[in-house]
Design a protein around this ligand. Sequence first.
Ligand code: BEZ
Ligand code: FE
Length: 289
Amino acid sequence: MTDRHIHAEPLTDEVSASFADAPPRLREVMQSLVRHLHEFAREVRLTEDEWARGIEFLTRTGHITTATRQEFILLSDVLGLSMLTIGLNAPEDEKATEPTVFGPFFVDDAPEIELGGDIARGAKGSPCYVSGVVRSSSGEPIPGARIDVWEADADGFYDVQYDGDRRAGRGRLTAATDGTYRFWSVLPAPYPIPHDGPVGELLAAAGRSPMRPAHLHFRVAAPGYRTLVTHIFVAGDPYLNSDAVFGVRDGLVVDAIEHPPGPGPDGTHRDRPYHRMTFDIALAQEIRP
Ligand code: BEZ
Ligand code: FE
């Protein structure tokens, strides 16, 4: 590297200029990336060893990534980039339910569950009844909204983390004509994000916990509305203020109220105690181009 490149900004300007003829959005993104990346290296006075360790870390992140293990998204999640991007692109509509991270445990072939049915399908945990209404952000019920829900079991594992292809703790439902939905599930439990790879090493080196507070994932879609990807978090969870992926929003924290055995919320007799969570969902209008 020539002397003129070491201290000042000519190198940054030269690299930035190399993108001058790129299509407009690519040029904007790459020139900003180069500027910030160079500024970062200058600010921390990046050593050659640190540069090499960074490259080695990213190489291992790539090597562990497969169709079902996306370590780069996990890295984005623990750096807060996923939540930042979600926030930047969220509907401006303040009445719409807030989105949060998608996570790696969604599958396309979840079983169809009748309203009032049980998504647990053998997943370990204490029964939990979840119900609410899907509405537009201006308050009209949305009939027939498609609702995907998925969650970890009481041991903190999703069905896809076990051997075999059992589907448990997940389902697809269709909201009723008045927008209401209801299902049985298990009380969500806190669990660690996958931390046996480079991202886990980074968290351990930094003294950060891999734990996520107990939550239940939702994806809600209806024609004319923006698809919502969100969770409900269980009020009182010890990890609410230290979610490894920064996904908690106050409006998504819901009480899980414990009920003794007896008449259940759906008219059936419950011979075990159960919890109940209520979550009304407001969808923003789709943006028309
Ligand atoms: C999840 O909640 O399923 C999740 C989200 C981000 C990273 C890992 C897991
Ligand atoms: Fe999750």
